[in-house]
Design a protein. Sequence first.
Length: 326
Amino acid sequence: SPCLGVDTTASPLSAMSSTPVPVPKPLLPSPPPTEATWQLDELLAELGHTQSKLAAAGQGAGVPAESSLDNMLDSLTRDLQELGITASPAGICAACRKPIAGKVLTALGKTWHPEHFTCARCGRELDKGPFFEQGGRAFCEEDYHQAFSPRCAYCAGPIREKVLTALEKTWHPEHFFCAHCGKVFGDEGFLERNGKPYCHQDFLAMFAPKCQGCERPVLDNYLSALEGVWHTECFVCTECLTGFTGGSFFELEGRPYCELHFHQRQGTICHGCGRPVTGRCITAAGRRYHPEHFICTYCLGRLHKGTFHECGDKMYCQPCYDKLFV
């Protein structure tokens, strides 16, 4: 037959196999995410959240609800993969141990479904508010303070902010005040008695030893006498308020007296000289005399008991009495 310009020269490429060789298709880049992709992601997330809420609320006890949701998620995941869309989980929830398909909350070094990140004590969700960590667990503010904050020694309530430490206890600053008058302590500080704090004024008034003379607190220099303490300026004769310069005093009914006023109170003053009778004495007409002062008012001769007469509060010997009044 006529040739149509075909080169019949043999060449290595002219010996071709009778089996057809498939032509590889070019690899095309994945299409950018579309609106449908985002909608599928959102749907997957919503299904995941619904499943988590049901399990958390105890509504997954029946096989149909939880199993149905799991089947729906698995089916949707397969459909997405067949469409070339990969919907990989954002993590594993530390509470329910299931994949997180939608919104993820990261806290305490773990990932959570937002609705599963709850207070370890009361179960309240913590995804929208502050939380406190203790021992690797999360707590709401109220439960954290109730369980772990120091307690005020006055009101026993938890101390949430500033804490004051005194007397080996903790206090709200506004609750550390005088146990007697309720005054908050200033720069002068406080004094302690039986584990309670007092301001200086009340402490001294209530617990400082009282002066036996003026009954005010004794703070520094004092004397100890008559089973009590005294300000040095208050330890004086009860009658004349004179100090005891000689260092000695007389006691009567728990009070100090000088020698003169002690004997006056005791009725041991010599009626003749007006001085105390401390040794031998003579008692006549209800009065006391030094022996040498028991004399006749007229002749000044010494009188003897039974040989004198009294007239007008004065003593006379018998001869003088007869001479003057008989």
